[in-house]
Design a protein around this ligand. Structure first.
Ligand SMILES: Nc1ncnc2c1ncn2[C@@H]1O[C@H](COP(=O)(O)OP(=O)(O)OP(=O)(O)O)[C@@H](O)[C@H]1O
Ligand SMILES: [Mg+2]
Length: 429
């Protein structure tokens, strides 16, 4: 076998380096540094060497310099050249060049099983017991401007976990929506098509918007809310503006698109002459099938009046699921109370009593009552008569009960009954 020669990288080696890079990635093996990062290091101020046999590149090594540290971002060998000391030879050459630049600390991160471990050990690199943290924000740099234009944003992680109670709704959404979107390959293995569009319905304040945002946070996809009522004006009217907005959304690689109060633009059509809104409804009916064609996007529509929606919208094929988000049951109310009562006083608050007193209260009502109770206690603690101030600081059960007594619940038995009927006749899980 001929002896390879190690020399500096030249621009016209690039195609061959990429080939070697691909070859060195045996199936499923993950490198810490992606190709784009390696190419950036070559282009910017890094050092790169290649091992060649005649004109053929059989190995490549690339470093990036950062202060007095040189990071080896690529050490790749063509398959036939593994275990022949070529990796060490390339590291030696890089080291010489790096020394000249004042680098005296050389580092490399290797994924388990990635090529190069032997070469690094041979060249005196020592494994360090470190924990490597990585978070991938799935927004491409070129999408940032578009997202800002659409009024979208990345929501912070943890909103899903912050959703208190509502275990039943959470379980359905986790299984039907999140799971297939997070792991489309697994879903495909079971013949499951990831959902593209869902409707959340339920009385006001039950957490529909909160759920939509939590799903975006859980998926780490940008959240884009479309406000049909704000789309008008732009000349061509609402329908055209809606179409244009969705065309722009199409350019995002991932997105949770949210339309709240969808009944405003997709109420039952009918009546003569047709109202201008019918054009918008028709447009939405056309947009959804097109939206469904691409991966990586989820449309979430929310409504308080699911029975007012145009039946064509709810027909199979447009929305995968029509999911009820109802009043919290006792367990959910307990979880929501615990969420809004400060941790320091939770121990001496009788949550069961609050749960019992907050039937027909939505999460939004409970949040309101909890804040009001805390505020009342704060005021009493500061401005109340000295002798009436509690010994221990902070709100107590009585503060929350009195706040509850002064808060009107959103739900009524009529609303709950109607919602139950809607579940029976319209929900699709
Ligand atoms: N499971 C929950 N845990 C804690 N807080 C919640 C939960 N669900 C909702 N909330 C709180 O209740 C308030 C109202 O929730 P949200 O806006 O999501 O309700 P909604 O169903 O979208 O209401 P609407 O129908 O009026 O749009 C928010 O401040 C939210 O933080
Ligand atoms: Mg809402």
């Amino acid at each position: 076998m001929p002896v390879p020669r190690v020399r500096d990288f030249h621009d016209d080696d690039l195609d061959q380096v990429v080939r070697v890079w691909e070859e060195s990635r045996t199936s499923g093996q993950r490198a810490v540094h992606g190709l784009a990062e390696v190419l950036a290091a070559i282009r910017e101020d890094g050092f790169a060497v290649v091992a060649v046999v005649g004109e053929v590149v059989v190995g490549a090594a690339v470093t990036r310099v950062s202060g007095d540290r040189g990071w080896v971002v690529l050490l790749a060998l063509a398959n036939d050249w593994r275990g022949r000391g070529l990796g060490s030879a390339m590291l030696t050459e890089l080291e010489k060049r790096l020394m000249g630049r004042g680098v005296h600390r050389l580092s490399a991160l290797l994924a388990p099983g990635e090529t190069g471990e032997k070469a690094f050990r041979n060249r005196g690199y020592e494994p360090r017991d470190l924990t490597y943290f990585e978070r991938i924000v799935p927004l491409q740099p070129q999408e940032v401007g578009l997202l800002a234009k659409l009024g979208g944003r990345m929501l912070h992680a943890g909103l899903w976990e912050a959703l208190a109670g509502m275990e039943h709704e959470k379980e359905i959404i986790e299984r039907r929506i999140v799971l297939p979107l997070v792991d489309p390959d697994l879903a495909a293995a079971y013949g499951v098509q990831p959902p593209r569009a869902v409707v959340l319905f339920g009385p006001p304040g039950t957490g529909k918007t909160t759920f939509a945002k939590a799903v975006a946070s859980r998926l780490a996809w940008p959240f884009v809310e479309v406000f049909p009522s704000r789309l008008a004006a732009a000349g061509g009217g609402q329908a055209l503006a809606l179409r244009e907005t969705f065309a722009e959304i199409e350019e995002l690689e991932h997105a949770v698109v949210f339309i709240d109060e969808v009944e405003e633009i997709a109420g039952r059509r009918g009546g003569k002459p047709p109202s201008p809104l019918q054009g918008v409804t028709n447009e939405l009916l056309k947009i959804i099938p097109a939206f469904r064609e691409s991966d990586g996007r989820l449309l979430v529509c929310a409504t308080n009046f699911v029975r007012a929606l145009d039946p064509a919208l709810l027909r199979h094929g447009r929305f995968d699921y029509v999911i009820p988000v109802g009043a919290p049951d006792a367990a959910a109310r307990a979880a929501i109370w615990r969420r809004y009562i400060p941790a320091g006083v939770l121990e001496r608050v009788d949550v069961d009593a609050l749960v019992a007193a907050s039937e027909l209260f939505t999460p939004a009502d409970i949040e309101f009552a909890a804040r009001k109770g805390s505020q009342g206690a704060l005021e009493a603690g500061v401005y109340g008569a000295e002798e009436q101030r509690p010994e221990v600081r902070g709100p107590a059960t009585a503060d929350y009960l009195s706040a509850l007594a002064g808060t009107r619940p959103t739900l009524t038995t009529t609303i709950v009954d109607e919602f139950t009927e809607d579940i029976a006749s319209i929900a699709r899980l």
